[in-house]
Write a protein that binds this ligand. Structure first.
Ligand SMILES: [Zn+2]
Ligand SMILES: [Zn+2]
Length: 366
């Protein structure tokens, strides 16, 4: 069938809206009518070249929609089911899956990064030539074919634009606080960066009972938004952040600092704001090949911990429904995280607004 999709043809170019051919779902695959896709930095990294990927590629990895058909062998999911898409599908059998770290599942890494389905072939094409799927999802399209393992069936009373946010920023951020860092009641938390992931970390920290919660960003509007989502104190990065954090933490530094931007110099700075014995959690994705220098002498003497948080350490099939239940119960404010909605034709406008720091989260509605 013919579908309209956003296509990246070359690094540095805008996304083009094109008509592509989509084949039928094969064994173990699902055809999804996409409803909503979050505007997220990971797609932008394809444009800047910070993430290397076969081209042309259809981006979009924070999506949700409705199942239209399933391929042979898919028996636990059916047409009409609502799904949130998981960009790190897991096998349930490998070392990581068996050790409750399904976000690190190694079974599908190769085909996902090759931009194909799990059998190594593409379902998207243009004039007979393959078009690749980002994260096996290619969600910035009217319809897409994804592996069964990438689908998390969700309750039908949740707006699909909310489910799309849960598929990336909310899982990454709330998960970083709840599942990676395991913030405890009364612990002090500093969050650097107040985009979709940072605001989700704030909300996760609030749910864990953290206090105080301090948000830092370089954009004035964003630190006001941070207060709306649970920060007791919102600080501009040009302020004396060092002094403000110390004044809130008895001069020690914070129990937890979260870096949600992915900038090595900021990660190094963040380390200095962690108290001895405290934890720095890195939840922002840095460009591939970048490096951070941490002072190992202080790391040892002060017993600080540095943790990476990938997809919030979530187990998507278990935790997406949990996060949506928290939303439905009024405990996670996801509706207010959507700053602006765009059509597929406005996709470049959406990413420009994100880069300019205008969005908590933008959503493209298909
Ligand atoms: Zn994302
Ligand atoms: Zn696995």
């Amino acid at each position: 069938m013919k579908i309209r999709a956003a296509v990246l043809n070359a690094v540095g170019q805008p996304f083009a809206i094109e008509s592509l051919d989509l084949a039928e779902p094969r064994a173990g695959e699902v055809l999804v009518r996409v409803a909503a896709v979050g505007v997220c930095h990971s797609d932008w990294h394809l444009v800047t070249g910070d993430t290397k990927h076969p081209l042309p590629v259809v981006p979009g990895h924070a999506g949700a929609g409705i199942v239209e058909a399933v391929g042979p062998g898919v028996e636990d999911i059916k047409a009409g089911d609502h799904v949130a898409l998981n960009w790190a599908p897991s096998c349930g059998r490998c070392f990581y899956c068996l050790h409750d770290r399904s976000n690190l599942c190694e079974t599908y890494t190769a085909p996902i990064w090759a931009g194909t389905m799990l059998d190594g072939t593409t379902r998207l094409s243009r004039s007979g030539s393959p078009v690749y799927s980002y994260c096996g999802l290619a969600a910035l399209a009217e319809r897409t074919i994804v592996p069964r393992q990438s689908c998390v069936v969700i309750r039908k009373d949740i707006p699909l634009e909310i489910a799309a946010l849960v598929g990336c920023a909310v899982a990454t951020g709330v998960g970083a606080a709840m599942f990676t860092a395991k913030v405890r009641p009364g612990e002090s938390v500093v969050v650097l960066g107040c985009g979709g992931v940072g605001l989700s970390i704030l909300q996760g920290a609030r749910l864990c009972g953290a206090s105080p919660i301090i948000a830092v960003d370089s954009h004035t509007p964003k630190i006001w938004v941070a207060k709306h989502f649970g920060a007791q104190s919102a600080v501009l990065s040009t302020d004396d952040v060092d002094a403000i954090i110390k004044s809130h933490t008895g001069g020690r530094g914070a129990d937890h600092v979260f870096e949600a931007v992915g900038v090595p110099t900021l990660q190094e700075k963040a380390f200095t704001w962690v108290r001895p014995g405290g934890t720095l959690t890195l939840a922002g994705l840095s460009p591939m090949g970048s490096a951070t220098n941490f002072p190992s002498a202080l790391l040892t003497r002060q017993e600080k911990t540095i943790k990476g948080s990938y997809y919030g350490t979530v187990h998507a099939p278990r935790d997406f429904p949990l996060l949506l239940d928290l939303y439905a119960a009024g405990k996670l404010n996801l509706a207010d995280m959507i700053t602006r909605r765009y059509t597929l034709e406005q996709v470049n406008e959406g990413y420009r607004d994100m880069v300019e720091g205008k969005l908590a989260r933008g959503v493209i509605l298909l």
